[in-house]
Design a protein around this ligand. Structure first.
Ligand code: UD1
Length: 424
């Protein structure tokens, strides 16, 4: 298995280009199932999760071009010939559940394996299922699969009130509702930029949607959707991750294409910790405002709050900030697996349930550490940028799911980092 070696202690200077959002792309791709006409995505990221979704769509009969160097992903679902998302593919990636709503809306039936994905909590799919039931679907859970059937005549519009905010359930319901008969109202809907991006793409395909980006989305079902070309929104999690790099390692880095409005709560927290963030037409530029970093408290929330997908990376920053920071994880119950690894590097962290208290230490020391999930793995690389000596991060296949060219991007701004191939 490959690993990544990072040698800390070098300040970073230059520009890192930010890719299209993995999480947006993973919901935009299944939208192709809603139409017989082609859907083309530009600015798609080159990631293993995107290849997994391509394989899943292909297994249903969709045609998906290999991602070209122009980052174009051309898809067509004119000849769908399957309604079954098999465990073999779904277990690799939780976002596979996002084919359920579109298949049900287009074909009237679907069989989708219950998902796996990152080991960061129980992560059930009950909210996805409840939303589809509100549109008339009949669901049967057996053998680890959801067997779903739409009523005769297809899904119908429904009123869905989510008891808690779910990004994926909002996306599944939104896609299904575009072809349902009548009006669907989604209350307590997720407001993430990826939902707004999905709504824009669906609208370009002919869907009638209002209210995306607020907690109430209204969809007027239409008979059919047509083809479209859509540019994937910037990856705000990759953006936030690399914004932390010059704060941790020192120096000044511009994040090409970065937008503050994608990460307002995050920007506010890093500014409180001592960052200076400047927006201009090319992107966001980040450096330490003056000298030392200060402790800050962080609580993760659905958008527009502080993203859970940046909690691990923020913890890496706070390991060397002066004072005591409290990080509260409110979205996933088991998302501090990076903490013991950071402790191996000399960090002082005390985890009690959903709360981690980080007491800043003067410096971290390089160590062999292990990536446990996607965001945890990049937090260890960030920590390695500041640590004295060499850090070796193993199990980096997690990283390949969500960060394209991480080594090249960090080397481009002067980091000492290399990937060691397993057979080297
Ligand atoms: C998406 C993101 C993920 C991010 C998360 C929260 C993608 C591909 N993934 O995941 O990177 O960390 O949003 O911002 O976009 N829940 C239920 N029942 C459900 C669905 C969710 O109880 O049916 C719970 C989850 O266990 C979790 C919370 O709701 O505690 C939020 O999860 P959700 O927003 O659905 O996350 P995902 O869509 O899986």
């Amino acid at each position: 298995m490959d690993s990544i070696n990072v040698t800390g202690g070098r300040a970073l200077e230059g520009t890192i280009p930010i890719a299209g959002a993995k999480n947006a792309c993973l919901t935009l791709m299944p939208a192709t199932l809603l139409s017989e006409e082609p859907l083309t995505l530009t600015n798609a990221p080159r990631l293993s999760d995107i290849r997994t979704m391509s394989r899943l769509l292909a297994s249903l009969g969709a045609e998906v071009s290999p991602l070209s160097d122009g980052l174009v992903l051309a898809m067509s679902s004119h000849a769908l010939n399957g309604d079954r998302a098999d465990y073999e593919i779904v277990r690799k990636m939780r976002a596979s559940i996002l084919v359920l709503g579109p298949l049900l809306a287009r074909l009237g039936h679907a069989v989708v394996s219950l998902p796996g994905g990152c080991a960061i909590g129980a992560r059930p799919v009950d909210l996805h299922l409840r939303a589809l039931e509100a549109m008339g679907a009949k669901l049967d859970l057996r053998d680890g699969y959801v067997h779903a059937k739409a009523p005769a005549g297809g899904l119908r519009g429904g009123d869905v009130e989510f008891p808690l905010v779910s990004v994926g359930a909002t996306e599944n319901a939104l896609m299904a509702a575009t072809l349902a008969r009548g009006t669907t109202r989604l209350r307590n809907a997720a407001q993430e930029p990826e939902i707004v991006d999905l709504a824009r793409c669906l609208r370009a395909m002919g869907a009638q949607i209002a209210g995306e980006g607020t907690s109430e989305i209204e969809v007027q079902g239409v008979d059919r959707l047509h083809g479209a070309t859509h540019r994937v929104v910037t990856d705000r999690i990759e953006l936030g991750t690399y914004m932390l790099a010059p704060l941790i390692a020192g120096g000044e880095v511009t994040l090409g294409g970065g937008r503050r409005d994608l990460l307002e709560a995050f920007c506010e927290r890093i500014e409180a910790a001592g960052a200076e963030v400047r927006q201009d037409a090319t992107g966001l530029t980040v450096r330490r405002a003056n000298g030392a970093l200060r402790a800050v408290d962080v609580a993760t929330e659905p958008f527009p709050g502080f993203p859970t997908d940046l909690q691990a990376q923020m913890m890496a920053l706070l390991c060397t900030a002066e004072g005591k920071s409290v990080l509260e994880e409110r979205i996933f119950e088991n998302r501090f697996m990076h903490a013991p690894e950071l402790v191996r590097m000399g960090a002082c962290i005390d985890v009690q349930g959903g709360q981690a208290t980080v007491t800043g230490v003067e410096r971290l020391r390089g160590a062999p550490v292990m990536a446990t999930d996607l965001r945890a793995s990049v937090s260890l690389i960030l920590a390695g940028l500041a640590a004295e000596g060499e850090t070796t991060v193993s199990r980096v296949y997690h990283l390949d799911r969500g960060y394209e060219h991480v080594v090249a991007k960090l080397r481009g701004v002067g980091a000492r980092i290399e990937r060691v191939r397993a057979n080297d």
